[in-house]
Structures are given as structure tokens and as C-alpha cells.
Design a protein around this ligand. Sequence first.
Ligand code: ATP
Ligand code: MG
Length: 815
Amino acid sequence: MTTPDTIPDTTRTLPVLPIKNTVLYPYLLMPLSVGRERSIKAIEAAAASEDKTLFIVAQKDGRNEDPAFEDLYTIGTEAVIKRMERTENTIQVIVQGSRRLEVLEAQQTSPYLQARLRAIAEPDDRDTEVDALERAIIDLAGRIQAMSQPEGQIGVAQILSQFPDPLHKAYLMASMLGLDLEKEQQLLEATTRLLALRLMNEFLTHEVQIVELRQKIASQAQTEISREQREYHLRQQMKAIQQELGEGSGEQAEVQELRNRFEEADLPKDVRDEAERELKRLERLPSAAPDYQVTRSYLDLILELPWIKTTEDNLDLARARKVLDEDHYDLKEIKQRIVEQLAVLKLNPGAKAPILCFVGPPGVGKTSLGQSIARALERKFERMSLGGMHDESELRGHRRTYVGAMPGRILQAVRRAGVRNPVLMLDEVDKIGHDYRGDPAAALLEILDPAQNSEFRDNYLNLPFDLSKTFFIATANTLDTIPRPLLDRMEILRLSGYSAEEKTEIARRYLVARQLKDAGLSAEQVTIPDETLRVVINRYTREAGVRQLERLIGQLARKVAVRHAEHGAESVTIGPEAVGEMLGPERFPAEQARKDQPPGVATGLAWTEVGGEVLYIEAVALPGGHDLTLTGQLGEVMRESARAAQSYIWSRASTLGIEAETLRAGGVHVHVPAGAIPKDGPSAGVAMATAITSMYTRLPVRSDTAMTGEITLTGLVLPVGGIKEKMLAARRTGILRVIIPADNAKDLADLPNEIRREMEFILAARIEDALAAAIPGLAERLGATANIRIAEPPREAGDGRPAATRAARAKSDAR
Ligand SMILES: Nc1ncnc2c1ncn2[C@@H]1O[C@H](COP(=O)(O)OP(=O)(O)OP(=O)(O)O)[C@@H](O)[C@H]1O
Ligand SMILES: [Mg+2]
């Protein structure tokens, strides 16, 4: 029998009671049921001692029935036996922890374990982190309680508040949570409050996550069950009600309702027959069968498609003209073409609608013109974009046997229109793609073919649908990428970019009014004078069309609207000086043509999808090099025209005054800068020939002159496209003298008046004509052959003078 040591505070010898799976913390009570022989002996020894004290420590492995000292942790708790009760083989005790002790030395193992122990000082550190953690822990504990027992009796927080020491709070919580033994022991061994609280915070957070997860799983299962139950009950009720009313099942009622709708619908006979077959099928299917929904949506489509329904065309030509003029400035030819079409429809209502294709740079009104046509005819308007479409089934739909099959975009558009004669705009036909999934362009061929499209077959619908009354209008930025057969089906109508003057006109007459209206302003409240519009056009936009311009006018309008809303109504005039403040700094300082170019540089004009561009073609001799080097991302056609230019010059070297020696001395490098502009097509031939000639002869090209034209090996200049865009680009950079192919003379008539008035056009039938006009020093040498013709400027109505072109030419010659 041992008695407590004489030095009770620091070291003492006590009986050791190993416990399983848990830890006793200081200050806490714990009931224990003790059955092991040595444990009973240890309790008896303690009970017999003066202060009824023993050492309680966790054993590392709970399954060990006869642990030795190595099987125990070394830190445990000094405990006092508060109550003790014997039963047959066990002793029930209630112990209370008092302080932590550490094993210094094992003293005996029989009849019970006994050890010499040392007290571990109780941590008393305290700082803000401890305070914060303490609060966090209380919070977390509260959350756990709220989640696990929502109707909890006493709040954890309340219990915890009775333990002022944060460490004790942590002990209490750990004992309540039933953590893993390792965690409990870790907490017991914590040397500072901070450490203990950090551990506890971590444990609790983890615990919260687990509880949350558990709850989520449980609630998912719960809703699953309750939904099923609910549906079941509803179904039972419905059945009962139907029986009461003498009706069939729910599915049958639905099919019956569909059948009624079919009876009322206006359908062609074969469609009605097909629908009847599907309805019969539907009747036999339970509504839960996957096919039920598929068949249902199919029948819905049949009901919604405008098999017969059309709108009546308004064929009043005068009114149509008025509508078209109301929406768009100029575009005379196109408007005329549309009015003609109306006349045809008037005379022959059965006439097939033509398939128009509007081609032009972005923002010139292709799409909006389509809308305007629909408005003039009083037809419905629908549009769809073909841009990037790769898959034929996007146009024509998937067979219904596919999961998630849908009708194609054409049928969807017609369904949206609700009539079978809408104006259907197919945007971006030039951007259509094709790959292994089939060629949408081929499908489009059939759709657009008047001989076939009265029986258009969509894979999903699988019934012929009549598209022959649909007015198709395609739009494109370029014709180059449209497959030839498709192109042949369509009537091409070109829209070109607008000059600054035309843009001003469009803005003044259309865009300003529209944008003011959108901003909730009236024309009396805001005035935007032409000078302001010109600043916006020249300094803030660089585009062929007017889309950006319209956006900027909208921006101005909204700025004014804000002012109106804030300061009340007073009419405002937006002067040109206010633009900078309202739209920010100028985006495009005025473009300037390059001046005083060295020999070997010629100014060319390019046409791209988005409008015209000025480009400079540079040629240099490569002494010692050979042949022709071409750089600047040129396309194949452009390379060929450079070769043709070079060959032509070699063949006419003596006429051009180029020594054979110079030709033999080395190669030529031709470069076309401005990498962002896609450069292909033959129209740079004249400019290349001019650049190379200028390089060989060392005579500079006039920098006030730009040129375009294709050339042949024998020196002919062939006509090119995009004349208007090119002239706009030249004029924008201040170049007013342009050499164009003689055969393009007819295009000059389409140019806006101010361009014809200001600019000088030189018509070249042969390269020599172009060279003589472009390279001043060469004109004399070529004198005999050159045959420069200057386009006679058209007389303007009401203007007796032969227009201002002469003056302009005199000016440019003087330079
Ligand atoms: N001649 C015009 N008169 C009045 N408004 C015009 C004119 N040209 C274009 N607009 C206006 O410019 C805007 C842009 O035109 P739209 O959307 O029709 O361009 P788009 O030619 O279809 O371009 P994209 O090739 O990018 O589709 C529209 O608001 C349109 O009304
Ligand atoms: Mg468009």
C-alpha cells in the first residue's frame, strides 16, 4: 500500500488507471466502469488513500486488455474518486480530473501499475488570438448543435459560459464531441492555451463539415422520397377524380386534347394522316415512356408549323417606295429592283420569289434592308446566321431516332415566323463552313432551288414542307468564298461603302433621329449639326458602313439624355468642339498619304471584305541576287501578277529605257507592307509593274497618284472590282488622282457626286498608259505609245460648268 508522496505539488507517486478510447481532462467528471483485475486493484488502493487520488491515462490501443507502461501515453490526468460503487465483477466510479501529470518513472506493475509523476504547469497565456479563437469555438459548437439537434435543450454556448477559462471550454467541448483518441490526447498535451484552442478550432471546423455533409445527404434522400410520395398521391387523387367523372386516364385526356387541336388545325391531307398515325402511337404509350415526350414534341411541331398560313402581300408600289426610302438613304438600284419584284408579283401572284444576295462590307445596311423589304411587303421577317455552320443537320435537322433530335434551323425559323411566306434572311452565306459532318452549302442549294424547295424535307419532320413562297435574302461580305453553284442560284446585289458625305447624310436623316428616339429625346431637344457629324465620321470611325457611327451617335444622345434628366429640359446643340469631351480622344487622326517616295515605291489600292485600303508596294534591286523575291503575306494570285509584271518589263526594257545590264545585275525584291490586310487577287498588277519599273529606271512615282488594275503578259490592263471602295480609300488619305483600267469607266457613274467632282481618273488600257501617268520622267520616253485618257467628268444637273474636276486636275498637276 502506498500513500501519496510528501511533495504533493510537483512530484508524487500514484496508482495508474489506464482507460480505453478516451481521455480525462482536468476539471471534468467522468463515469468509469472498471473490470480489469489490475485496474480494480488500483482503484481500491486510491480509495484507501487519504485524498482518494489516482493517475488516469489513455492506453494507445483500446484492444489491449493487459497494457504495460509502454502501451500508455506518458501524459495523463490526476483524478479524485468522487463516488464508487461495487457490482459483481466491476466497480463503477465517478472521477474528476484535477491537473495534468507526466510519468517520470514506472515503479511497479503488480498488483497494480504505479508510477512516479510530475505535475505539468497549467498554461495561462492570453492574447487577442486566444480571445478570437475562443469566440470562434463557441460559434462552431453552436452551429454543430443547431444542425444535429435543432430543438436542442440547453444551448452549448450557455454551458460553455460557465467555464471562464478558454482552455476548460476546449476540454469540455472535446469531451462532448467524442473525438478520435489521438485528437483528444493532442489537446491534453497542448502546452499553451493558444495551441489548444487552435487545435480545437481545427477539430470543430472539420466536425461542422461532416455534419453539414451528412445533413445534405440525408435531405437529398428525404426530398427524393417525398417527391415520389407526393406524385404518387396526386396520381391516386387524379385517378379517383377521373373515375368519379367517368373520364379516362391522364394520358388519354392529353391525347384527346391534342386530337381536338388537330381537328381544328388547317393541315394538308398527308400531314393529317401522318399526325393521326403518331397520335395512335401516343395513345398506346404510357406517359413515362421515353418515346412519349419525343412523339409529343413532334406532334407539337406539326401543329405549330404554318403549313398553309400566309400573310397577304401589300403590293402598293408607291407605298413600298416610300417605306424603303423611309428606312434607307440612297441604294437606288436595290430599291428599284425590289419595286420591280413587287410589280412582277402583282401581275403574276404565282411567281417564284427571287433569291437575292446582298454583298458588301459590314454596316452598309444589308440586314436592315432585308427588314425594310419585309416591312414594305408587309411580310413577317426572320433571320438566321449561317456563319460558322459546319453541319448539314443544323440546317436540315436530325432524324427523330437520335436522342435529343430537333428540327433544322430553316424549319425553326419558319415556325417562329408562323407563316410560310416570310422574308427569311440568311446572314453570312460567305462564312459557311463544311467538314466531315456534311456540307451545309449543298443543303442550302436544295433549299434555295425553286424547283425543289416546294417539297423541302427536314430530317426531323420527315414530311415535305413548302418553302417556295418564302422570300430568301442572303447576305455576304464577299463573293470569293461562296461556292459557285450556290452563287448561280442567287441574284447578286452589291452595296458598297459610303463616302464621308454620304455618311453625313445618312446620319443626319436616319441615324440621329433613331438614336435620339432610343435615348428618349426629341429632335427639338437636341441638334447635332453636320460639322459635328463630320468630326465623328472622320476622327472617330474608320469603316465602310455606318455601324460604329450609329453607336457613337447613340453615345452622344445618351450623354445629352443624362444632362436633360439631371438639369431639366433645354434644347442642346452638340458642337464639334464638344465631341472630344463626350466621346474621348480622337481614335483616328487624319490619314495622310506618304509624300516624296524614293524610286521603287508605288501606291496601290486594295479591296478587302471590310472596305478599301491604300497600300504601298515597294521594289528594291538585289545586286548579286537573282530572280524575284516576294514578301508581305501575298496570296498566290498576287504572286503571279508580280511575276507577270516583271516579265512584261523585261520584255519591254528597251522601250522603257532600262539597260539590259541593269536587268542582269541582280534580282528584285517586292514587298507589300501592312501585314494585317489580306492580300490576294490580281488587282495590284499595275502597281507592281509601276514599282518595279520605277526601281529599274530610278524615276520616282508621283506620290499623289494611286492605281489599281490587273495586267496581262502582253501589257493589257484588265478591269477590277471594288472601284468605289478603292476610290473612297484613296480620297480618305488625300489622294485625288487615280489610275484605273479603261474598262472600269462604267463604274465611275456609280460614284457619289462629290467624289467625281474632286477626283481625277486616268483610264489606262495598257500598262504604258499607266506608267506614263504615274512616272513623270517616263511619259516622254513612252510618248509614242502612251494613250492616256482622262475620264470626262459628268455634268451635274443645273451646273453649267464642266464640273470642278478640271480645277482639281490643274491643282494636282501643279504639285
Ligand atoms: N443607307 C442607309 N441608310 C440608313 N441607315 C443605314 C444605311 N446603311 C446602313 N444603315 C444602318 O446601319 C446599321 C448597320 O446596318 P446593317 O446591320 O444592316 O449592316 P450589314 O450590312 O448587315 O452589316 P454586316 O455585314 O456586318 O451584317 C443599321 O442600323 C442600318 O439601319
Ligand atoms: Mg448584317
